[in-house]
Ligand binder design. Structure first.
Ligand code: PEP
Length: 235
């Protein structure tokens, strides 16, 4: 059975004062699911007990002359158990390719982290009817040999739904997640991401192959994030 996972991606948001929100999430996190917050790396070591913490990216190397980068081993040393790889903002801002994402995912595993590997189509690709081809191509290029439920979570994040307030319809999500289930097997957790909020979470979590969410904006406060985690626990 796939694990149910409510994951939050704080992106480049959060000062030490934001740890109050993380503490509130930790103390309110429902039983029966895994709750993960991925804060900026500056806050990882200060994350509270009671929830899992993740990085947002890792360099393929263990260490070395890579100014400004961070390794999976460093994230783990700071308390991370998870690491996002292949987020579309990294692909766009830093030109990360599927091959880069594969190397980062392998690095996450090497560092003992569970990779939350993100894939997603652009609006132009969806409108051209290429959604499933694009997603399967991204998986072929970025999902390493040896991926399984113990080391990898897949997050389907349509690029056009991230931070836009446009959430994919349940039919759109179901079509993709059913295809992903066929590709990765019965036990790997499949998350949806893209403008998930308390008001739309329950109908997404009711879908048979949606095992949770990767949440951006609505993960920044406990008041927004906990109802999403609760909807998942109740699903
Ligand atoms: C994300 O950053 O992965 C994301 C899904 O963001 P948002 O929930 O803000 O759309």
């Amino acid at each position: 059975m796939p694990q149910k996972i409510a994951a939050g991606n704080w992106k480049m948001n959060g000062m030490r004062a934001s740890l109050d929100e993380a503490r509130a999430v930790a103390s309110g996190a429902p039983d029966g699911i895994t709750t993960v917050l991925c804060p900026p790396a500056t806050l990882l070591a200060a994350m509270p007990e009671g929830l899992a913490a993740g990085g947002q990216y890792c360099h393929p190397a263990v260490k070395g002359a890579h100014t400004g980068d961070i390794s999976a081993e460093m994230l783990a040393d700071a308390g991370a158990s998870h690491c996002i790889t292949g987020h579309s903002e990294r692909r766009a801002d830093h030109g990360e390719t599927d091959a880069d994402v594969r190397a980062q995912t392998e690095a996450a595993w090497r560092g003992g982290l569970i990779a939350i590997l993100c894939i997603g189509e652009t609006l132009a690709e969806r409108e051209a009817g290429r959604t499933l081809d694009v997603l399967m191509g991204q998986l072929d290029g970025s999902l390493p040999e040896g991926a399984g439920p113990a080391n990898t979570i897949i997050a389907y994040e349509p690029v056009w739904a991230i931070g836009t307030g446009k959430v994919a319809t349940p039919d759109q999500v179901a079509e993709v997640h059913d295809a992903l289930r066929g590709r990765v097997g019965p036990d790997m957790s499949l998350l949806y991401g893209g403008s998930v909020k308390a008001g739309n979470a329950a109908e997404l979590f009711a879908l048979v192959n949606v095992d949770g969410a990767l949440v951006g904006g609505a993960s920044l406060t406990a008041a927004d994030f906990l109802p999403i985690a609760e909807a998942l626990a109740a699903s």
